[in-house]
Design a protein around this ligand. Structure first.
Ligand code: AMP
Length: 398
């Protein structure tokens, strides 16, 4: 179902409540105050913010940050994000230490058209995650129009991502949401073949539905990361001390049977005693010796995966191939990043999403060569699985 976009609404003179995804990593600056460590997600929201401000709307921004557990936590305040946004957008960005209530309403009423305010972390209120009606209504009372641009949080049915939309007349997608849906729909619903999906990371349990769905559309599904060992164990391989999910063996087995024709698993591994920067790493083929952990895909697997990727017309990648945070286990992930970029240079359409894959992509220097770098991790997997995203479903039909 098509949803309203910014092109369908007139924001002039309106209070536009915009749900952004400012869940960014923070750092401590030299003077000890918190600062933004990576502003990719803030930059991704700029087209929507610019549109609203340039068309004379009042932009009222809401977001969550981290996991404060439903109560105020000064370490997870969005105040420093407001300052950072000010430097990017070249406007004065007001900040409200309250998220809802009369004081916030009064401040907003006093703002001129074309001005902008960021409200405090929505997760400081217990009603956010429980999608409590009172909190959703309090948010809605600040708005004439609601815009959801937080694709990264669209798989959550929280008050600020879904609940609030029920209490406003008009709820539309922002520019980032539109762009994400367009790119991901292309991959999910009408990919050009051959299509290669690459899934890695720590847990198979997070990705079962996505593996199942992609195995019906992709020509090859390349598996890496710790989740390969759950599959390899099911196939009767020795996996040593590798990380597996013992309670998912049966599920992995039936999934493997369903997806056998498309699923590719690592044939060799970089192993060590522990995921440790100082550990002695070596390459083994086939079975993993007792006591050793598989921590990256090996060179033969890299070659096989690379060949499949270079031959692809559509590529989607989520999850690292190994413990890429440590240099000696990063080669598999870097090789996937490089191959995906090379294939894109040659005309393939590529989508990369998920915090770790995007950060690995940055590490490899290949980010700018990818067709679409998604801001979603869980939301991306949910979308590819074909499951509903409450943050999109809640918006007004076009
Ligand atoms: P996820 O959040 O499920 O995408 O998993 C990402 C994490 O999986 C990263 O922090 C990796 O270090 C970790 N990881 C990838 N491969 C392995 C492996 N073979 N063993 C243990 N952890 C891994």
């Amino acid at each position: 179902m098509q949803k309203l976009t910014l092109d369908d609404i007139d924001v002039r003179g309106k209070r536009v409540l915009i749900r952004v995804d400012f869940n960014v990593p923070l750092n401590t600056s030299e003077d000890g105050s918190p600062c933004v460590a990576d502003d990719t997600r803030i930059r991704a929201a700029l087209p929507t913010l610019r549109h609203v401000l340039d068309h004379g709307g009042k932009a009222i921004l809401i977001s969550h940050l981290g996991r404060p557990g439903g109560q105020p936590d000064p370490d997870l305040s969005l105040a420093c994000v407001a300052d950072h946004l000010g430097t990017l957008i070249d406007e004065r960005v007001r900040f409200s230490s309250n998220t809802v209530g009369d004081t916030v309403g009064d401040v907003i009423d006093g703002m001129g058209d074309g001005s902008i305010i960021l409200l405090e972390n929505t997760r400081f209120d217990p009603g956010e995650k429980s999608n409590e009606e009172g909190f959703a209504k309090a948010l809605a009372s600040l708005a004439d129009v609601y815009v959801n641009d937080a694709f990264g949080a669209a798989h959550r049915a929280h008050a600020s991502t879904a609940g609030v939309a029920r209490f406003v007349e008009t709820a539309a997608m922002g520019r980032l949401m539109e762009k994400e849906i367009e790119a991901l729909t292309r991959v999910r619903d009408h990919p050009e073949h051959p299509m290669v999906a690459i899934l890695g990371g720590s847990k198979v349990s997070d990705k079962l539905g996505t593996i199942r769905a992609l195995s019906t559309t992709a020509d090859h599904l390349l598996i890496g990361g710790a989740m390969s060992y759950t599959f390899l164990q099911v196939l009767g391989h020795e996996v040593g001390a590798s990380r597996i999910e013992a309670d998912r063996l049966e599920t992995a087995e039936s999934l493997y049977e369903e997806a056998e024709d498309t699923l590719l698993l690592p044939s060799d591994h970089v192993v060590a005693d522990a995921p440790d920067a100082e550990a002695d790493a070596s390459v083994v083929e086939g079975d993993i010796p007792e006591g050793k952990m598989g921590l990256d895909i090996g060179p033969a697997t890299i070659e096989t995966y690379r060949t499949a990727i270079l031959d692809a017309a559509t590529i989607v990648w989520n999850g690292p191939m190994g413990v890429f945070e440590l240099e000696q286990f990063a080669q598999g992930t870097m090789a996937i990043a490089e191959a995906t970029a090379e294939a894109t240079d040659d005309g393939a359409f590529s989508v990369v999403g998920g915090g770790d894959s995007v950060s690995a992509l940055g590490q490899s220097g290949c980010t700018d060569r990818i067709s679409h770098v998604s801001t979603g991790g869980g939301a991306l997997l949910t979308f590819l699985e074909g499951a509903p995203l409450p943050g999109i479903d809640a918006l007004t039909d076009a």
